[in-house]
Design a protein. Structure first.
Lengths: 123, 123
């Protein structure tokens, strides 16, 4: 399979709010760090700047990951899924990805009917 | 961190359609395989049966992954994110996860402005 076509972000499937989910995965450890949303412009900015940029639904503005915290995500690779309605971004993560200061947002497991915290905040 | 509380699926944050995104990750390779949606009952079924069960938005019915194809996902661990609005399921995947017969749904990369297919369908 060596077919290649020019990528056009407008060809993706966005939801009724014009957004598409983007999963961030650590390119070194393979750890899934977080899931957030992008609109077409955020995807274009991410590709242009190589700095992962989401769309903040609460603030209704671009969210350049780490802009205030310094916990930036450098884009390594951007993947599109078969249905064109979800993105996977491989990133080089500086510091914790989670606003709770944990490496990953997925720090709670459900085991034997209980929620268990697996990860402490980074020092 | 060793706090644990009883898990109640109704305490998660579902969208206006009553759904929450669930990312499936291969427990062995760390590969992100797919993203699909669950409602509260699908989560409960997944935990009860250890067979990953989504909610099909197109068919408006439960989607026991692999029920027709045999490409089942056995639940290994279920994780909840910090905002309680996204799930990560670690799975033991039988065969390809993607309906195109590829191992992962994320088989297209955007590189230098082009879309490039990274993965061929499994034999």
């Amino acid at each position: 399979m060596s077919s290649s076509v020019a990528f056009d972000a407008s060809s993706l499937k966005f939801n009724e709010a014009g957004l598409i989910p983007a999963i961030a995965q650590d390119e070194n450890t393979g750890e899934v760090l977080m899931m957030a949303w992008m609109n077409q412009s955020a995807i274009e900015k991410t590709l242009e700047t190589r700095r992962v940029t989401y769309w903040s639904r609460s603030r209704q503005s671009f969210w350049i990951k780490g802009e205030s915290s310094g916990h930036v995500q450098e884009l390594v690779d951007l993947r599109v899924d078969c249905d064109r309605d979800c993105l996977l971004v491989f990133v080089r993560q500086t510091g914790p990805a989670c606003h709770t200061n944990r490496r990953s947002c997925f720090y709670t497991a459900v085991r034997d009917g209980d929620e268990v915290e697996l990860m402490a905040p980074m020092a």
